[in-house]
Every structure is written in structure tokens, then in C-alpha cells.
Design a protein around this ligand. Structure first.
Ligand SMILES: Cc1cc2nc3c(=O)[nH]c(=O)nc-3n(C[C@H](O)[C@H](O)[C@H](O)COP(=O)(O)O)c2cc1C
Length: 443
């Protein structure tokens, strides 16, 4: 989206990151956008309305503003806007938006605006991960024209470390300009297509697809097999610390998980991803939670499992981690160094053990020899509903490449012959299986 001449309504709610919305306002203005501001009462305790009024050169819409002079601000402001940003967006505001409460300027504008709405949540990690906030964000993601930015992990204002930071204002601006769009122009439920739209928004974004003039694709269609269903995907690799600067990892690029997320989205699913480090970027529309180590991934999956209808465990998780990572960098003593490794938790097995009977779990098995035998053994031991066997045997296939040699192994059935196909085709095989299984279990 070219911001020049665009009218942007900025809703500010009462979080500690409210001061960052001043910087956002300035950045948007530098791109040529016109800004108006609405604030909650709580927000005015963090930044004075006079600051926003001075920067935007326009009166701020406040609860106790000059109502007589401007009685219809709650309709006029949103109607004026091409885009409504709520930055920062508190847990409280998220709850109000999700439940249709409208008792302050920001929630009133949310309810009455018809332009795209982009929310940047910011809060303490425990609040961000609380079941209520997760559920409310999920609800908001199902609203038409409503998009939610990820709140990246890092040091929070409260001193704790974790997810819940406000996305940096510069990243918000480049996202809006870049217009990362989800799959559009889907010709069939399992076939995604980029529709020619750029996908150059920061990787950390999720469920964020501001319009570029045209309408967004209708992925909320009740006819799609994933409508009203959620899939949880693990993605990328894990990094197991040896010391503060070194780690054990593997070569997974995360491309398969990205293809999977795209195909699930095209099938109408809400997609949640727990992603370790990876290079590939997720499409807008997927809610991405970043982790680093296998233990962090295990925790994040177990926390989210109950909210999912299906889990596809695609991440390349390290089987082992150093027993006692050094607290400071290990010095080069030129003598032999022995690393003691301990097994990591088995996320696939633990999630199968914890799942409800109607949840579907698909695992991945990367094998380099005795493919069928190893895959069947892993499937049996894990108790998963299916295992995607893949083998980087052919030249230009496997890690980092777009093609892969694969077969879907299911209990009690002969292992099908492995076939070479794209990661999207592989994903379609999995999504078709999950669609079928969920249909069988839920009718
Ligand atoms: C110092 C301080 C910092 C706060 N920071 C946040 C925050 O970052 N995110 C959040 O959701 N709530 C935060 N809160 C709580 C909100 O201010 C509180 O829920 C308030 O009712 C939000 O109102 P609003 O959503 O109408 O702006 C904070 C409260 C205090 C006192």
C-alpha cells in the first residue's frame, strides 16, 4: 500500500508501549499519510493527548472530549479512515473488540469502521499467553477485515522476557507498505496461489493482510473443509545451546511448514504455528509463536494443543541437547572437549498422549535408510494418526529445496511408494488426510 495521501486512524490504548505510537505516527506522516488519533482514558495516562494533537495537527478523539462540538466522532473518524490501526492494543481492548463492547473511543471506532483494521497487541507475556487473550485473538482473526500483528518475543517493559512486545513501529510501517497477503485466488481448497501479491512483510507478522485496493480473498467460507477448525503446526529447526554463542542444530529451512500453513489457510483453517529458527517466511494469516530450543517448543505446543483440532508436527527438533550449557563462552583451550548430551522431550509422543480422541496428529519422519521400516516403527511408537515419511535421497531434494521425496504412512496400511513432489504437493497430501480424518471423527 502506498501511504502517500492515505488517511489513517490511530487508536491508542493504555499500555506501556503507548509512547511508541508517537513514533509510528511520525513515520506514517513521513510517508505522506494523514493521521487522526483516538485514545482510551487509560492511554491518556501514558501519553498526553496534547502530544498526539500536536503531532497529528488535529483534535484527538477522547471520551470526555468536546462532545457538543463534535457529537459524531465515533462515526466520522472511522468513516474518514482508509485504515484503522490500534497501536498498542491492550488485552482489555482485544477483549472488548472480540465481544462487541464499545464504551470508549477506540472500541467505538473499531465497531463502526468499515475499513481494514490492523491491531498490534502489546502486553506482558503471561497476559499474552493467557487463554482469554489467545481465544479473543482467535475470535478477532475470524472477523472480516481485521488483522492482528504478532507481538514478538524479547525483553518486556516489565523486565520479563517473552512474547508480548509491541512490534517495532518501523516494522509496522513496512508491513503496511509491503502488504503481505495470504493466499488468494484459490482455485480449489487445497491449491494455494500467490495471486501475484508481494509477500515481503516481516516474517514475524501473522494474520495480517491489509488490502491493496481489491478485496481480500474469502477464506472464511463455511464451505471450506477447515472452516471453524484450527491446526497447530510446528516448524523450523531447534537450537540447543552449548554456551551463550554456540548451539547444536540442523539444516531445516522451514519451507515445508510454510507450504503446510499456506495450504491449511487455503482450506479455511485457522493456522497457529510454533516455529523454531528458520529462514522461510510464513504467509499472512498464520499466527506464529517463535521459540528456540526443543524444550521451549515442547512447552509452547503443550500449552496450545487443547485449542487445536489437528497438530502437524513438521519441525526438525533436535533429539538431544547439551546437558549443562556453559553460562559464558567456552574458551579455546586446544584440548579435547566432550559435550554430554541428554535427550530432549519427545513432542510428538507427548502430544499424542495428551490429545483428545477426536484430535488428529500427524508426525514427520526424515529417514536416510530403511525408510519404510523406520517410519512404521516411529509411527507405532508415537501413536500418531499418520507419519509423513520423507527422504533427502535425490539430488536437489529435501532440506532447503522445493522438492521432496515422500510418502504418507498410516497405521495398519502398507507404506505407499515414495514419490517426488513439491512441498506444496506434500502439504496437500497431509491436508487431505487431516480433512478426511476430522470429517470421520466429527461427522
Ligand atoms: C504501568 C502499567 C502498564 C500497563 N501496560 C499494559 C500493557 O502493556 N498491555 C496491556 O494490555 N495492559 C497494560 N496495562 C493494563 C491496562 O492499562 C489496563 O488493562 C487498562 O484498563 C486498559 O485500558 P484500555 O484498554 O481502555 O486502554 C498496564 C497498566 C499499568 C498500570
Amino acid at each position: 500500500m502506498d501511504l502517500n495521501g492515505k488517511k489513517i486512524l490511530l487508536g491508542v490504548t493504555g499500555g506501556i508501549a503507548a509512547y511508541k505510537s508517537c513514533e509510528l505516527l511520525r513515520l506514517l506522516q513521513k510517508k505522506g499519510a494523514q493521521i487522526r488519533v483516538a485514545m482510551t482514558e487509560a492511554a491518556t495516562r501514558f501519553v498526553a493527548p496534547l502530544t498526539f494533537a500536536s503531532l497529528s495537527k488535529c483534535p484527538v478523539y477522547l471520551k470526555d472530549g468536546a462532545v457538543e462540538a463534535r457529537p459524531f466522532q465515533h462515526i466520522d473518524f472511522p468513516r474518514w479512515a482508509d485504515l484503522y490501526l490500534v497501536v498498542p492494543c491492550t488485552a482489555n481492548a482485544i477483549g472488548k473488540f472480540a465481544y462487541g463492547l464499545a464504551d470508549d473511543p477506540v472500541s467505538l471506532c473499531f465497531m463502526s469502521c468499515t475499513c481494514p483494521r490492523l491491531l498490534a497487541p502489546a502486553m506482558n507475556v503471561a497476559m499474552y499467553n493467557s487463554p482469554a487473550v489467545r481465544r479473543n485473538l482467535q475470535t478477532l482473526r475470524s472477523f472480516e477485515n481485521t488483522y492482528v500483528l504478532e507481538s514478538p518475543a524479547g525483553e518486556l517493559a516489565c523486565g520479563e522476557v517473552g512474547s508480548g512486545r509491541l512490534m517495532e513501529p518501523a516494522d509496522i510501517v513496512s508491513f503496511i507498505e509491503g502488504g503481505s497477503l495470504p493466499l488468494v485466488g484459490t482455485s480449489s481448497p487445497t491449491t494455494p496461489s500467490s495471486g501475484g501479491h508481494p509477500r515481503n512483510a516481516p516474517a514475524a507478522l501473522f494474520n495480517c493482510h491489509p488490502r491493496e485496493g481489491g478485496d481480500l480473498p474469502e477464506l472464511n467460507d463455511p464451505a471450506l473443509p477447515g472452516h471453524g477448525r484450527t491446526v497447530l503446526i510446528t516448524a523450523g529447526r531447534t537450537e540447543e545451546a552449548i554456551d551463550p554463542v554456540r548451539y547444536i542444530s540442523n539444516r531445516s529451512s522451514g519451507k515445508t511448514a510454510v507450504a503446510l500453513a499456506s495450504v491449511f489457510l487455503a482450506n479455511g483453517y485457522s493456522v497457529e504455528v510454533v516455529a523454531g529458527p528458520m529462514e522461510a517466511e510464513f504467509p499472512g494469516g498464520a499466527a506464529v509463536h517463535r521459540v528456540r530450543s526443543a524444550c521451549e517448543m515442547h512447552r509452547a505446543v503443550m500449552e496450545r494443543l487443547s485449542g487445536a483440532d489437528a497438530l502437524v508436527h513438521c519441525a526438525a527438533v533436535a533429539d538431544y541437547r547439551p546437558k549443562d550449557p556453559a553460562q559464558s563462552k567456552i574458551k579455546d583451550s586446544r584440548s579435547q572437549l566432550v559435550l554430554e548430551l541428554v535427550p530432549n522431550p519427545n513432542i510428538l509422543r507427548d502430544s499424542v498422549a495428551a490429545k483428545k480422541p477426536n484430535q488428529v496428529v500427524v508426525g514427520f519422519a526424515l529417514e536416510t535408510d530403511h525408510f519404510e521400516e523406520h517410519a512404521q516403527e516411529k509411527l507405532r511408537k508415537s501413536g500418531a494418526d499418520a507419519l509423513l515419511l520423507n527422504a533427502p535421497v535425490a539430488k536437489d531434494s529435501g532440506f532447503g529445496f522445493d522438492n521432496v521425496n515422500y510418502a504418507l504412512v498410516t497405521p495398519g496400511e502398507k507404506v505407499p511408494e515414495m514419490q517426488m513432489g513439491s512441498k506444496v504437493e506434500l502439504s496437500e497430501t497431509i491436508v487431505d488426510f487431516v480433512n478426511r480424518k476430522l470429517e470421520e471423527r466429527h461427522g
